[in-house]
Design a protein around this ligand. Structure first.
Ligand code: HEC
Ligand code: HEC
Length: 336
């Protein structure tokens, strides 16, 4: 174990470069950790400080945690989140639950690596709007950040170091202890109540057909699909088409990760459905007609009481232990 003490302002601070003990359920695959960004106790701790640091925005008003709040499953409770200077983005905030397992990021798959992901919100005009060189210069006046970047990455606190440390921290957002997990992986047949069990059977069954798309440990097959939200995308977010420029991708979005879904209202890429009732009504009514809508949506058959059972099942995906974990609580004073 390599650890050393560095001086942070008045008090000594220990930087522990030993491997971060990431605990995953034994049935779950390992997560991909790039060789040039080993996950250490020190890199995770550095990422955590950054996650809550408002200096990552141009006017030091907005941190990552502004739009990714633990009580909302690390999403936000508004349809569109507010960035610097009251600017509205164009998508509903993403939940960070199990983000380490995603093969690509954002609902259109526009970002390929978690290690560079954070540069997107930092630079985005409507989110944090901070130039990366300004960021480096700003943090080059912070002795603690200088020391941490030096010890962990042997660099200045620049875009490389900052985005890698944030990625290390994001990889700790593992949620695997919801009632659903206890039922499926923990072998606890009492973890779901009767409504939730009925909802479970419906979700994975052939009438509601949810698991055609929502499958695997995060209840998503990570494909891009049009689930019939709009008939016409003129003037609207075209989803995957923005990335590929292919008209066949119009209105297609990554099948949503449903972990902690009961906490992340409102729903869909633009937050246009306020609650789970309206999501189930959307599927029960087969959504709008669109040439690219996946035909499975038209085959979904659910009664009103089955909708309630499905909602009960979705509530069983809430992992209270995860959202209340001290790993995700700010432990350092707010930095300006
Ligand atoms: C102003 C609000 C806002 C701020 C600030 C913000 N985010 Fe986000 N974040 C979003 C929105 C909205 C999305 C969904 C974007 C999309 O799907 O295209 C998102 C998506 C993500 C995702 C991808 C999730 C997925 O499912 O693909 C990650 C990771 C993420 N943010 C991390 C961060 C980090 C780290 C920071 C700080 C450096 C940050 N965010 C700052 C609003 C914000
Ligand atoms: C054809 C594939 C498909 C099927 C079948 C399907 N979904 Fe979805 N689902 C999606 C896609 C794609 C999204 C994301 C849409 C968006 O972001 O606008 C989504 C989004 C959702 C959301 C909102 C997630 C969020 O974070 O906003 C919920 C809840 C949901 N689906 C539940 C269900 C349930 C319950 C069923 C079964 C009745 C079902 N889905 C069937 C593809 C599907």
């Amino acid at each position: 174990m390599s650890s050393l003490f560095i001086s942070c302002g008045q008090k000594d601070h220990k930087l522990d470069k030993s491997i971060y003990p990431l605990e995953l359920r034994k049935e779950w695959p390992e997560i991909d950790i790039p060789v040039n960004n080993p996950m250490s106790i020190a890199s995770v701790e550095f990422g955590k400080q950054l996650f809550f640091d408002r200096r990552l925005s141009v006017d030091s008003t907005v941190s990552c945690a502004n739009c990714h709040k633990s009580e909302f499953g690390f999403a936000d409770a508004t349809p569109l989140s507010v960035g610097v200077k009251g600017r509205l983005g164009f998508r509903n905030s993403g939940s960070l639950t199990n983000v380490a397992y995603l093969p690509y990021f954002n609902r259109d798959g526009g970002v390929r690596t978690l290690d560079r992901f954070s540069l997107v919100p930092i630079e985005d005009h409507d989110e944090m709007n901070l130039n990366l060189l300004v960021m480096r210069d700003r943090f080059s006046e912070d002795q603690s950040y200088i020391d941490q970047a030096k010890v962990i990455y042997n660099r200045r606190p620049d875009a490389f170091a900052i985005s890698r440390a944030l990625a290390s921290y994001l990889r700790t957002f593992i949620s695997d202890n919801s009632p659903y997990d206890k039922y499926v992986y923990g072998g606890d047949s009492t973890a779901l109540n009767e409504n939730q069990k009925r909802g479970y059977d419906l979700f994975f069954g052939n009438k509601a057909k949810c698991s055609t798309c929502h499958t695997g440990i995060n209840l998503t097959n990570y494909q891009f699909e049009n689930n019939g939200l709009y008939a016409n995308y003129n003037g609207k977010d075209r989803g995957r088409q923005r990335v590929t420029d292919n008209p066949d991708d119009e209105g297609k979005f990554r099948v949503a990760n449903l972990r902690n879904i009961a906490l992340t209202a409102p729903y869909m890429h633009d937050g246009s459905l306020p609650d789970l009732e309206s999501v189930l009504d959307h599927y029960g009514n087969h959504g709008s007609n669109h040439a690219m809508k996946n035909s499975i949506i038209d085959q979904i058959i659910i009664t009103d009481s089955e909708k309630q059972d499905l909602i009960s099942f979705l509530e069983a995906l809430t992992d209270i232990e995860f959202i209340q974990s001290s790993k995700f609580k700010r432990t350092i004073p707010i930095k300006f």
